[in-house]
Design a protein around this ligand. Structure first.
Ligand code: ATP
Ligand code: MG
Ligand code: MG
Ligand code: MG
Length: 473
């Protein structure tokens, strides 16, 4: 009997509340703190003010546990391109977390993690490896002397063992737990061997949140030493079944079945179709939860990430022969599998359906024609090496509503690339034209004309720039 996501959430919450942690519900995918990334990408995001010491911690003792919905589709932690191809990455996943705000020690955090994995869920300790930061003798010592893990299975890494929320924000050294799937999945050497990442799968990260990185990249110590851990719920559920694929987790397998139903295809018959089925299953949760949390498809920022996710999913379904609207059926499957754990999702049912229906109708109007044009242009390319002209990608974007990454993906499936420099140049020209016409429009109104002359027209500068500028701590 494989462990369900529901059972795992429950075991997790009970384990930590028994250790005096307050249970806190998942926060929105749209973070509220000014230093936060575009989307909530980890359990710690809603607790940033406590890590930074900006507000008093309202929990006594100051420790909490959560099951946090996360999206990694923009900013520093962006897994979007891997989705469908990587069996251990999802664009939406649930992160199990326990947190200490200046309360318990590194040793407590490590010993309790060990207790949970070996005693509560019963992972065979012979399969476990850990990594620690190269500077962290204390953590290495706890793993070897307190836990008793053989020293060959404790490895030291640099970048991978220093966790950062974004370019700016709280950060610190970390220690990570890995599960060894065995020699059928890759060469030996542990997680430090980059060739064996399919074999040793990371599933839990314990971060010792002790520093802050500012806008100049400088590190300074935080007022207190915190613990921030995150374990991937789907990774734990899958490895408990001996599967390296997160689609073995019941929440994902139900969505995969829904994707098989709408496409009338089966996983395992064809490699390209498998990618499409996994994308459709994965993206269904991301789009449903993003809309429920208030994101609307648009041409910039979060809304554009959502639009790309919806359109990418529609294009993959189209590839498998789906010619009519299907995204609301996928959303229904998401309500069914995730609704009990996230009651706030159910309250947005009608909003999700109407946003998806509108976006899908709009894109389907131009999808067929855009794909035909792209096919014709690809057939026109003379030699096998030639890149698709940026002009074509631009027209697809501008007239047919194809996000650039969708075009790049289709083109790369044919073994070609896109002339991105030309694409960017055309986008820049278009933005400049837009600026000029806004100044001209403003000129009709004397007051706004003065303003336009004085300040220039406003431009969307992008989230990254905004983040670096807006952050003052
Ligand atoms: P990876 O190296 O596998 O990309 P990560 O180091 O980026 O993972 P962390 O930022 O340390 O991940 O996040 C903590 C945990 O969240 C990971 O150990 C993993 O279990 C889970 N996790 C991270 N990214 C994903 C994802 N895209 N899909 C599913 N689970 C994930
Ligand atoms: Mg990652
Ligand atoms: Mg990692
Ligand atoms: Mg990690």
């Amino acid at each position: 009997q494989p462990m369900s996501a529901a059972a795992l959430r429950d075991l997790w919450t009970r384990f930590w509340t028994a250790k005096a942690h307050t249970q806190v519900t998942s926060s929105s995918l749209i973070p509220f703190h000014p230093s936060a990334p575009m989307f909530t990408n980890a359990g710690m995001i809603q607790f940033v003010p406590y890590f930074l010491g900006e507000v008093p911690v309202p929990y006594s003792p100051p420790r909490v546990t959560s099951v946090q919905r996360c999206v990694r589709a923009g900013g520093k932690h962006n897994d979007l391109d891997a989705i469908g191809r990587s069996l251990r990455h999802l664009s939406f996943f649930e992160m199990l977390g326990n947190f200490s705000f200046g309360d318990y020690s590194k040793q407590d955090a490590i010993l309790w993690a060990w207790e949970f994995v070996t005693e509560v869920v019963g992972i065979d300790s012979d399969h476990l490896w850990v990594t620690v930061h190269e500077s962290d003798d204390e953590a290495a010592d706890i793993w070897s002397t307190k836990v008793g893990l053989p020293s060959e299975r404790i490895q030291r890494l640099d970048k991978d063992n220093f966790w950062e929320m974004g370019d700016i924000g709280p950060c610190g050294p970390c220690t990570e737990l890995f599960y060894d799937f065995g020699p059928d999945f890759g060469p030996p050497g542990g997680p430090a061997n980059p060739e064996s990442e399919q074999r040793y799968v990371e599933f839990w990260n314990l971060v010792f949140m002790e520093q802050f990185r500012d806008g100049d990249g400088e590190l300074s110590p935080l007022p207190k030493k915190h613990v921030d851990t995150g374990a991937g719920l789907e990774r734990l559920a899958a490895l408990l079944q001996g599967s390296p694929s997160l689609f073995a987790c019941d929440t994902l397998s139900a969505l995969l079945r829904a994707a098989e139903d709408v496409t009338d295809r089966r996983l395992g018959e064809d490699a390209q179709a498998d990618v499409a089925l996994r994308v459709i299953a994965d993206h269904a949760r991301t789009m449903t939860f993003l809309i429920a949390d208030g994101v609307v498809p648009s041409n910039d920022g979060r809304g554009y990430v959502l639009r790309r996710i919806i359109r990418r999913s529609i294009r993959f379904a189209h590839l498998l022969g789906v010619t009519s609207a299907f995204t609301t059926s996928m959303a229904d499957a998401v309500f069914e599998t995730m609704g009990a754990a996230y009651p706030e999702l159910m309250r947005q049912h009608d909003l999700v359906e109407s946003v998806l229906r509108r976006e899908e109708t709009q894109f389907r109007k131009t999808l067929r024609a855009g794909l035909d044009m792209l096919d014709a242009e690809l057939a026109n390319l003379a030699d096998a090496e030639e890149a698709l002209p940026g002009k074509v990608a631009f027209t697809l974007h501008d007239t047919f509503g194809f996000p650039l990454d969708v075009t790049v993906e289709i083109v790369s499936e044919r073994g070609r690339s896109v002339d991105l420099d030309e694409f960017e140049r055309l986008m820049d020209e278009q933005r400049a034209r837009g600026r000029r016409s806004r100044v001209r429009a403003a000129a009709d109104d004397p007051a706004t004309f003065q303003q336009a002359l004085a300040y220039g027209p406003t431009d969307f500068v992008g989230r990254e720039t905004y983040e670096t500028r807006a952050h003052v701590i």
